[in-house]
Write a protein that binds this ligand. Sequence first.
Ligand SMILES: Cc1ncc(COP(=O)(O)O)c(C=O)c1O
Length: 315
Amino acid sequence: MNKPTTPLLLRSLSSAEALTQLLQRSLNPWEETYLAHYSTYWNAIHTDPRLLLIPVDDHIVHRGDGVFEAFRLINNKFYLLPQHLKRLRSSAGAIGLEIPWSNADLEQLFKELALAARDPHLIFRLFVSRGNGSFTANPYDCPHPHLTVVACRFKPYPTEKYQMGVKIGRSAILQKPEPYCRIKSCNYLPNVLMKKEAVDRGLDFVISFDENGLLAESSTENIFILTPHRELHFPRLQRILKGTTLERCLQIAKERLHIAHHERDLTETDLIQAQEVFMIGTTLDILPVSSYEKHSFASQEVSQQLLTLLREDQM
Ligand SMILES: Cc1ncc(COP(=O)(O)O)c(C=O)c1O
């Protein structure tokens, strides 16, 4: 058995000692990117990541009962923010979670956070939790939802992945059933296990299929293809999380490249016979796929064009 990194110390601390200890701990390397955050637990903006805390009795922690979004500030401008807020409200509505803050108030808060973060390129991580209550499964035991927003420095995907393409494979994990596949909830265990699968197999992404063998998506990215007839085809929105980047990119492809798009049932054979395959999402924009399992894709022409157009759209 490995030695635990934190040995279990049996001692008691006063509240004052605990607070001192909290504020004195050294930061983990990833916390250096948490530039500013807000939480309704503090009802304040902080820049010290040590204060980024959610109580363990919040339903988001012990039941995954909450919704989330990730959106970007690019060159000091929010990109696709109304689309992200719309999806946030749709996810919350699907689980009966009320979001009591208006979009105008939320946008004001994001602007304040951007000012506090002092960086023109940020990724915002937003969580609305059912809130704290007793430890039961009953959501009505949690009287108020809580909001946490973290403005993080944006770390772009490695440049060579845009030039060489990414390697993808078939996930052993089935796509989530309806309606959960359409809800961006914090109940993302299958997505986490898909990412683990990709890392363990030395792949960039694995793709889930549904119970009928139809292509779905990756852990936090959408997938779509360019057919041999030069059309863009993507899986049915009924069975995936509708990506804000996918939607925008298809619009751009139609307007600027005159490439039509269709939502349809896609099989593994469609994927293998595709002219080009694309991974798409907020954190990566659009990435060409170089291989799926043992099959390689030679062309990246349209993905490079779409990437250029998407980056223009973000300016
Ligand atoms: C399951 C899933 N699919 C697709 C996406 C891509 O969506 P977007 O383009 O809005 O980032 C995400 C990311 O939020 C996701 O979690």
